[in-house]
Design a protein around this ligand. Sequence first.
Ligand SMILES: [Zn+2]
Length: 111
Amino acid sequence: MEIDKKFIEKQKKSLLLEKEKLEKKIKKLDEFPEYGRGDDDSAREFSDFENNQSIEFQLKELLKKIKTALRAIEKGTYGKCSICKKEIESGRLESMPYANVCVSCKKNGKK
Ligand SMILES: [Zn+2]
């Protein structure tokens, strides 16, 4: 296996850190769902609310990916592309520790 333990250890740390940050953000959004604080323009309030909902959705999606990556570390399958099963480029993993597909599969359009 090309990816060494030290690297995985580092990835795990940044994943855990990221997970913590995300969970805090999601909690905040749950506590204060109305971002529009007293604005008279109700249309804008509505779109703020919509916006908030989609932010929360995105954060939760990201959290899911991070949890999946952490599980993969436990199982020893971390760093493998979920589509072609090849190893994901370490540069890509460094900038996106939760990446679950390699660069070429990503380019092929499947997310
Ligand atoms: Zn791939």
